[in-house]
Design a protein around this ligand. Structure first.
Ligand code: ATP
Ligand code: MG
Length: 232
């Protein structure tokens, strides 16, 4: 579904990603991406969704080379992205924002998405005033509009407690499995990732360190040395 080949991204003289390969193909399974700060996780999502043109390498979607396609083309063709910082408009109500984006993308399944993300009791509240954990769910709901085939999420658990993050990840796991979506999720909370992701990729200093099941990643000596340390 999503195949990244030899991807490099430079910011001026800084090499944020160096020759990264990634193959995400399992529908209905969360694919986690972990790694230290500055490892290039957000940059990888930016390159996948078209916000950042790679210096070298290819992004393939359903077999097609889409490296030069725009963000808008990718969104129309089923690639959706949520952000590390919440992207909601604080003054609109939850309902207003969801309706705005649903109308824009011609999606008539708003009620389904409200149910899936458990937002029914917040619809008439101003988005900026609801609890942060609920805002993150609104963010994911916005990314789900337009019937994406691929959902790319950047730290949906940012700013949440460990318990809230785990709850959100359990929610995402169910949703992705129910909707048969291909989902990539960047997250710092490795316990939530290990508990809910079927596959995990580890980046370190812009390089691909390992991809495997949570059990494989936990015992990978390079991952332990670079990232997990004694926490594993
Ligand atoms: N717009 C930019 N201009 C210049 N350098 C950037 C830019 N965005 C990111 N970088 C640098 O590129 C590297 C990778 O950053 P990136 O944000 O992809 O890492 P990350 O793994 O998402 O980190 P974090 O866990 O902190 O979110 C870092 O060294 C970062 O400082
Ligand atoms: Mg990041």
């Amino acid at each position: 579904m999503l195949k990244i080949e030899g991807l490099s991204v430079n910011y001026g003289s800084l090499r944020a990603l160096a020759d990264v390969d990634l193959d995400v193909h399992d529908q209905g399974v969360l694919h986690g991406i972990i790694g230290p700060n500055g490892a290039g996780k957000s940059t990888l999502l930016d390159a996948a969704c078209g916000r950042r043109r790679p210096t070298a390498g290819l992004v393939r979607y359903r077999g097609e080379d889409i490296t030069k396609r725009s963000v808008a083309w990718r969104r129309r063709n089923g690639m959706s992205r949520s952000f590390q910082r919440t992207s909601i408009f604080p003054d609109l109500t939850v309902r207003e924002q969801l309706e705005l984006v649903a109308a824009h993308l011609g999606d008539d399944r708003l009620d389904d998405i409200i149910r899936l993300m458990d937002l029914g009791s917040y619809l008439d509240q101003q988005a900026g005033r609801i609890a942060y954990g609920v805002q993150r769910r609104v963010d994911v709901a916005l990314a789900l509009l337009g019937r994406p085939n691929i959902l790319l999420m950047d730290e949906p658990g940012a700013g949440l407690s460990a318990v809230e993050t785990l709850r959100l990840f359990e929610h995402l796991r169910e949703l992705v499995s129910e909707q048969k979506i291909v989902a990539v999720v960047v997250e710092h909370d490795v316990e939530a990732v290990f508990a809910c992701c079927g596959m995990v990729t580890v980046l370190d200093l812009g390089r691909h360190l390992a991809t495997g099941t949570p059990a494989e990643i936990r015992k990978d000596s390079r991952v332990i040395a670079a990232y997990l340390g004694s926490a594993a």
